[in-house]
Write a protein that binds this ligand. Structure first.
Ligand code: ARG
Length: 458
């Protein structure tokens, strides 16, 4: 018998039952559902809506069900559609008809919203923790390899030498903004919808503040219709998660490139790579590839939910049940990606020698030769032209700028003096960028300290 069977004259069609049920996926909310019900029933007691002994019986029953669920002793049924009705049905079996009083002053519409708020709140905290661990791993790696210099790229062409630490710290800041975004959306996640009932509120003298306090909510919805229709906090969560995945994917892409023979800047730990069934020599970066590959599905979940919501009239519509699988899949995908990226960074070998060799090739010091001329009073545009011609000269002879003689330099421009050779060493090229947010060692060191402090406070 359905919990809502009274109005019906026929049993539900078997296919309809299967099509409308969400228990296969929303059983993930079982802890949140029971927690919410416990807070609700205690409030019903304190508000004088239910007598103490009934509250006691219901609460004991819920706790017992929770124990059984944790022990794996509960089987949910499609006939009871979703986690909310499955638990209520189990409760009635456990404690008898008094279990039917739990749902007083409540609807599944505010109940499911409550469960999702609780669930996403906890995952928001998990992700902040995961991001913080990752930021820590990146910062530690940066500190360890402060002297490594590699070519920085624009258009994937060698541009200017940068410290490897500086490159890693760019990701520390990207993931730092991700933390900020999650913290900001936390305010809206941590708003309690219970008390909205199905749509219009409840006729019982409930005390929402008490439930909110027990469940750790900072705020309450002011409008019952908004409370049961709002999925903005899920959109924000999926949006923040999508951007985190995009950042992880960009980092992954660099790890894939860097660990190729062609770049040869890092070697990923054997424990984080896989082999080929045919080619014995292969060591493949499957983990970063999969993170890159899975980014699309998370972005897809955001699009999917936005599309579900865009033409929905107020208030609850069954379409909204579609909010869950995308959120759950996002949680699983992001949890895995975060958990793997930090140790992958920690465990990778950094090939400083190879980085430096490449940094010294490709005229990454050409801008500095132009800047050098500017410090000697030459207009930048003229300096650019002079250096461009020198680069062309070197290219035709397979040389680098440091292979030229002082005579050749002076021929190119009389303002060039013997100190130019020192100025063009990669080390000095990076350290010349000590202003603003540049890649000089002193700046990078200061930034590492700042980030460590930041991470400690998170
Ligand atoms: N399983 C439903 C969902 O996930 C719970 C709310 C159902 N409410 C309703 N009136 N059918 O959205």
């Amino acid at each position: 018998m359905k919990l809502w069977g009274g109005r019906f004259t026929k049993p539900t069609n078997q296919l309809v039952e299967e099509y409308t049920a969400s228990i296969s996926f929303d059983q993930r909310l079982v802890e949140e559902d029971i927690r919410g019900s416990l807070a609700h029933v205690r409030m019903l007691g304190e508000s004088g809506i239910l007598p103490a002994e009934e509250v006691e019986a219901i609460a004991k029953g819920l706790e017992k069900i929770r124990d059984k669920v944790r022990a794996g002793d509960v089987e949910f049924s499609v006939a009871h559609e979703d986690i909310h009705m499955n638990i209520e049905k189990l409760l009635i079996e456990e404690v008898g008809p008094v279990g039917g009083k739990l749902h007083t002053g409540r609807s599944r519409n505010d109940q499911v919203a409550l469960d999702m708020h609780l669930y996403v709140r906890a995952r928001t905290v998990d992700f902040v923790k995961g991001l913080t661990d990752l930021r820590q791993a990146l910062t530690a790696k940066a500190e360890k390899h402060i002297d490594a210099i590699l070519p920085g790229y624009t258009h994937l062409q060698r541009a200017q030498p940068v410290r490897f630490a500086h490159h890693l710290l760019a990701y520390v800041d990207m993931f730092g903004r991700d933390v900020e975004r999650l913290m900001d959306s936390y305010k809206r996640v941590n708003t309690m919808p219970l008390g909205a009932g199905a749509i219009a509120g409840t006729t019982f003298p409930i005390q929402r503040e008490q439930v909110a306090e027990e469940l750790g909510f900072d705020r309450l919805y002011d409008n019952s219709m908004d409370a049961v229709s709002d999925r903005d906090y899920l959109v924000e969560f999926l949006s923040a998660a999508s951007l985190i995945m995009v950042h992880l994917s960009r980092l992954s892409e660099e790890l894939i490139l860097w660990s190729s023979e062609e770049f040869g800047y890092v070697e990923l730990d054997d424990a984080f790579c896989t082999g080929s069934s045919m080619m014995p020599q292969k060591k493949n970066p499957d983990v970063p590839e999969l993170i890159r590959g899975k980014t699309g599905r998370v972005m897809g979940h955001w699009v999917s939910l936005m599309t579900t919501l865009k033409a929905l009239p107020l208030t609850y519509n069954k379409d909204m049940q579609e909010d869950k699988e995308g959120v759950f899949d996002t949680v699983d995908t992001l949890t895995g990606a975060l958990a793997l990226t930090a140790p992958m960074i920690e465990g990778m070998t950094v090939k400083e020698e190879r980085m430096r060799q490449n940094a010294e090739k490709g005229f990454t010091n050409a801008t500095d030769l132009a800047d050098y001329l500017v410090t000697k009073g030459v207009p930048f545009r003229e300096a650019h032209e002079v250096v461009g011609r020198l680069v062309l000269h070197c290219l035709s002879r397979g040389q680098s700028l440091l292979d030229l003689t002082l005579e050749q330099y002076r021929e190119a421009h009389p303002a060039i003096q013997g100190d130019v050779f020192d100025r063009l060493q990669v080390e000095n090229v990076t350290d010349a960028r000590s202003a603003g947010c540049g890649t000089a060692r002193v700046r990078v060191e200061a930034t590492i300290l700042k980030k460590k402090d930041d991470i400690d406070k998170a």
